[in-house]
Design a protein around this ligand. Structure first.
Ligand SMILES: NC(=O)c1ccc[n+]([C@@H]2O[C@H](COP(=O)([O-])OP(=O)(O)OC[C@H]3O[C@@H](n4cnc5c(N)ncnc54)[C@H](OP(=O)(O)O)[C@@H]3O)[C@@H](O)[C@H]2O)c1
Length: 343
C-alpha cells in the first residue's frame, strides 16, 4: 500500500477584506493511496487541474452559508477541479476515468458520493476546459444567458467582467444568438481581446471611465435589453439607468462586493418599475441537470472554432494562492486555471 506525498493549499484562518497570498500556506502531508473502508468517500482521485473561482472568497469567511462544502480554516481549500480516478468504490466510475467536480486543493483527494462530480467523456478538447468552458463557468454562462434572459435576435446585451471565465462565453453566446454585445473589462489588453478575438461589437475599460452612465449611453444609445451581471456596485447602478422596457438582468455575481466589509448600496432600483425589468439571481448548481444539453450545444461550436476560450494557466500548487488572490485585482487574463499535474 503506497504512501505518497500530498501537497496541500491550506487556509490559515478566516479572511476579512481582500484575501492575501499569506492567508494560505502550502503543507506537505502524506496520503495512503487506498480508499478507506466503511466510509462515505467512494473515489480516490489524483487532481490534475484546479479552478480558481471568485466565489471561493465567500467560503473563506467564517460562518458563510455556502452552496458547496466550505473551505474551513486549517483545511485544504475546496473547489472545482479535474482529476483522474485512482481507485473507485462507486459503480459509475472505474480506475483511469477522468472526472470534473468538487475536490480539494491538494495532489490527491478522497471524494464522497454526495459531491458534485461528472465523468469526462470527450477528450478531444483540452482537459483544462473542464474547469472553464466545459465546466462550472461554462454552464453558468449558458444558464444565466439562455435560460434566464431568453435572448432574441437584434437585442442589445451588456456583460461586465467580460473577459473572464464566464463573461467571455456570454459575449460569444450573445453573438451566436444574433445580438449586439458590449463588454466591460479592467485593462486595455482585455478590451482588445474582447473586440479583436472574442467578437464583441464594442468594449470599454471601466477603470478609465469617469462616468459609467455616459459610457453606457455611448455604447447603447437605444438602451440595454439584457445585462449579464458579474460585478455589482456602481456598474449595476449605471446599468439600471440604461435598461430598456422589458429588459432582463441575470444576476450571476457581484465580485466588486465580495471583499467589502460594508457592501455598497444600489440607488436606481426604481427603474425596474418604470421599465418593467426582470432581475433574477441564480446558482448554476441548481441547473446541472442541463449539463448533457449544454455539451450537445457547445462541443460542436468548440470543434468548429466558432466559440473560443482564453485560459490563464498557473503551474504548481505553490502558485495557487497567488493565482486565486489575483482574481480580485483582475490579474487573470481569461479563465484562471491551476495545473497540478500533467498525468
Ligand atoms: N451564480 C453562479 O452560479 C456563479 C457561477 C460562477 C461565477 N459566478 C460569478 O460570476 C462572476 C464572474 O466569475 P468568473 O469566474 O468569470 O471570474 P473572472 O471574470 O474570470 O475573474 C474575475 C474578474 O472580475 C473582475 N473584477 C475583480 N474585481 C472587480 C471589481 N472590484 N469591479 C469590477 N470587476 C472586478 C476582474 O476583471 P477586470 O480586470 O475586468 O476587472 C477579474 O479578472 C463572479 O462574480 C462570480 O462570483 C456566479
Amino acid at each position: 500500500m503506497a504512501e505518497v506525498r500530498n501537497k496541500q493549499v491550506v487556509l490559515k484562518d478566516y479572511v476579512s477584506g481582500f484575501p492575501k497570498e499569506s492567508d494560505m500556506h502550502i503543507i506537505e502531508g502524506t496520503v495512503i493511496l487506498k480508499l478507506p473502508e466503511a466510509s462515505s468517500e467512494v473515489l480516490l482521485i489524483k487532481n490534475l487541474y484546479l479552478s480558481c473561482d471568485p466565489y471561493m472568497r465567500i467560503l473563506m469567511t467564517q460562518g458563510a452559508s455556502s452552496y458547496i462544502p466550505g473551505s474551513a480554516s486549517h483545511s485544504p481549500l475546496t473547489g472545482y477541479g479535474v482529476g483522474r480516478v485512482l481507485e473507485s468504490g462507486h459503480p459509475d466510475y472505474k480506475k483511469g476515468d477522468l472526472v470534473w467536480g468538487i475536490t480539494k486543493w491538494e495532489e490527491y483527494s478522497l471524494v464522497s458520493s454526495d459531491q458534485t462530480l461528472f465523468k469526462i467523456e470527450h477528450t478531444d478538447v483540452p482537459l483544462s476546459y473542464y474547469t472553464g468552458i466545459l465546466g462550472m463557468p461554462g454552464m453558468t454562462a449558458y444558464v444565466g444567458f439562455f435560460e434566464l434572459c431568453s435572448p432574441k435576435k437584434g437585442e442589445k446585451v451588456f456583460v461586465s467582467a467580460a473577459s473572464g471565465a464566464v463573461g467571455q462565453l456570454v459575449g460569444q453566446f450573445a453573438k451566436l444568438a444574433g445580438c449586439y454585445v458590449v463588454g466591460s473589462a479592467g485593462s486595455k489588453e482585455k478590451v482588445d481581446l474582447l473586440k479583436n478575438k472574442l467578437g464583441f461589437d464594442e468594449a470599454f475599460n471601466y477603470k478609465e471611465e469617469s462616468d459609467l452612465n455616459a459610457a453606457l449611453k455611448r455604447c447603447f444609445p437605444e438602451g440595454i435589453d439584457i445585462y449579464f451581471e458579474n460585478v455589482g456596485g456602481k456598474t449595476l447602478d449605471a446599468v439600471l439607468l440604461n435598461m430598456r422596457l422589458h429588459g432582463r438582468i441575470s444576476v450571476c455575481g457581484m465580485i466588486s462586493q465580495y471583499n467589502l466589509t460594508q457592501p455598497e448600496g444600489v440607488t436606481n432600483l426604481a427603474n425596474m418599475i418604470f421599465k418593467r425589468i426582470r432581475m433574477q439571481g441564480f446558482m448554476v448548481s441548481d441547473s446541472y441537470n442541463l449539463y448533457p444539453k449544454f455539451l450537445e450545444f457547445l462541443l460542436p461550436h468548440i470543434r468548429e472554432g466558432k466559440v473560443v476560450y482564453v485560459e490563464d494557466i498557473a503551474e504548481g500548487l505553490e502558485n495557487g494562492p497567488a493565482a486565486l488572490v489575483g482574481l480580485y485585482s483582475g490579474l487573470n487574463f481569461g479563465k484562471q486555471v491551476l495545473l497540478v499535474s500533467r498525468e
